[in-house]
Design a protein around this ligand. Structure first.
Ligand SMILES: Cc1cc2nc3c(=O)[nH]c(=O)nc-3n(C[C@H](O)[C@H](O)[C@H](O)COP(=O)(O)OP(=O)(O)OC[C@H]3O[C@@H](n4cnc5c(N)ncnc54)[C@H](O)[C@@H]3O)c2cc1C
Length: 475
């Protein structure tokens, strides 16, 4: 019997464990142990129920376009629990000079694909609209080197587009800044489109025309989630795993290569495994691998992380009817607020709040505001309530409030990230039986983490002599 250690039980580690469990059930002579430092499994996937509302402390959903998380849900018997976001009410606002302005229809990330809504939108100045018109004639440009998202967006649409859209959208997804994140790692499609077509607008329209069925197919919701919240996925995966293989409150201190495998040290115990999957944030992986390979540890440690805080507030019917329609708003850095964004959960996923309640989920923290994590919950709550008063005039007392802090949870793919991943891969291959999974590498969203866990399990199996299933590659 071969043994594989999995370190970290976020969705990446759980996906790896599930893949191994499936192989074990199919007769592959393999067993696994999951080491998790915290008392619970699931990493940042945490769902709470308060006052009839379903509260997501971490991710609330995942992009429908990326199939791997929904696939995992189906594999663990949750097909009938998948739900889509309520896209009929999808409308997002940007705070511009203290006022909420709707993102115009037809804008894909920051690329306009419909002329009239963009022309009449007050989100952009005349000068940005002129940039958009000129962008249509942008010549193809094959970049020799990576660059920041800000520099690419600015070249196409000007700096206002960076401030009002690119930066707030990226800070919503990565808690990061457009002026730091790598365009090749974060927006690879845009880098390819620029190289081939020049204009991003023309490239997107050309791509759309190539999709023959798009016009007839029913539109899929942008986001997918689970009826009982993201925790439902954790619970369903864990229920499939062997209970004896799950070791919570067991931080791993080090992993050492040794003859025919790895020595995993956790607490006072050390155990031999044939392979090891490190599914922690890259910074924690760096600490674990320091003595096995200082070079690998140094590359892993160079992947930066930011922290995130979610503040969930429940209100009564009066507030619900006074709020604007739509999914919520984003706050550009230039507005000088601590809040990065707010979601009107009762509109995005209506069943998550009773009809007579409003449920708001606000985000604080990110790359520019790491110190927010040090503030006590009451202070964070005070700031969020004050900013909600300024932005949407909300002064009512919430029925409940919950603050969740996630230290160093959001990986930042800086310029050169893909080159770093190549170096990491070369160094990893010098350590047989080592596989890496997690949000630090090829995608921060839940679906990418699921994919990374499944792929790492495949690599670990292959390293110990079992045929590897083909890698799941991002399309
Ligand atoms: C607030 C927030 C909102 C988000 N929203 C979305 C969203 O809506 N949609 C989306 O797709 N994505 C979202 N994300 C991103 C996504 O949820 C994460 O990138 C993903 O869940 C990370 O999973 P993971 O398993 O790689 O890491 P984690 O969930 O961080 O798990 C890593 C685990 O490793 C454990 N660990 C660390 N060191 C050790 C050690 N030495 N020994 C043992 N265990 C260790 C940790 O305790 C942790 O449980 C969000 C993230 C956050 C924080």
């Amino acid at each position: 019997m071969k043994r594989i250690a999995i370190i970290g039980s976020g969705i990446s580690g759980l996906s790896a464990a599930f893949t191994l469990e499936e192989k074990r059930r199919a007769g592959v002579p393999v067993e696994y142990v999951v080491f998790e430092s915290s008392p619970r499994l699931g990493g940042v996937l945490v769902t709470d129920h308060v006052d009839g509302c379903l509260i997501e402390a971490g991710p609330d959903s995942f992009l429908t376009e990326k199939p791997w998380a929904a696939d995992l849900c189906r594999q663990v018997g949750l097909a009938d629990q998948l739900i889509g976001s309520n896209d009929a009410d999808r409308k997002t606002y940007i705070l511009v000079k203290g006022k909420l302005v709707a993102i115009p229809d037809g804008l894909m990330f920051m690329v306009p694909t419909k002329i009239l809504p963009t022309v009449f939108s007050s989100l952009f100045s005349f000068s940005t609209k002129l940039h958009m018109a000129r962008e249509w004639f942008h010549p193809p440009r094959k970049a020799d080197a990576d660059e920041t998202v800000a520099s690419m967006v600015e070249r196409h649409y000007g700096s206002e587009m960076v401030d009002r859209l690119a930066d707030p959208l990226l800070s919503g997804v990565y808690g990061g800044e457009a002026s730091q994140l790598s365009v090749r790692a974060v927006l690879p499609r845009f880098a390819e489109m620029e190289a081939k077509h020049g204009s991003l607008g023309r490239a997107l329209l050309a791509a759309r025309r190539k999709m023959p069925s798009a016009a007839n197919a029913p539109a899929r919701p942008l986001f997918t989630s689970l009826k009982d919240g993201m925790q439902q996925l954790v619970d369903a995966v864990v229920a499939r795993l062997s209970a004896a293989a799950l070791r919570t409150s067991t931080p791993v201190q080090s992993i050492q290569p040794q003859t025919g495998g790895w020595l995993v040290s956790a607490g006072y115990a050390s155990d031999h495994f044939d392979a090891v999957i490190v599914a922690t944030p890259a910074q924690a992986a760096a600490a674990l691998l320091q003595s096995a390979s200082a070079n690998l540890a140094s590359e892993l440690g160079a992947i930066q992380y930011t922290s995130s805080i979610t503040v969930n507030l429940g209100y009564d019917q009066q507030v619900r009817s006074s709020l604007p329609p739509g999914f919520g708003f984003l706050v550009p850095h230039s507005e000088g607020k601590q809040m990065l964004a707010a979601t009107f959960v009762h509109n995005k996923f209506p069943h998550r709040a009773p009809e007579d309640r409003a449920l708001l989920r606000c985000f604080v923290g990110g790359a520019r505001n790491e110190q927010a994590l040090q503030a006590p919950d009451e202070e964070i709550l005070r700031v969020v309530r004050e900013e909600l008063r300024q932005i949407i005039g909300l002064t009512a007392e919430p029925r409940f409030a919950r603050v969740y802090k996630w230290r160093g949870a959001m990986a930042q793919y800086g310029v050169g990230h893909l080159d770093r991943l190549e170096r990491i891969e070369r160094l990893r291959q010098q350590l047989p039986g080592l596989a890496l999974a997690g949000n630090g590498y090829r995608g921060i969203g839940v679906p990418d983490c699921v994919r990374s866990g499944a792929n790492a399990a495949g690599e670990a199996l292959s390293a110990i002599g079992f045929a590897q299933s083909p890698q799941i590659v991002a399309s």
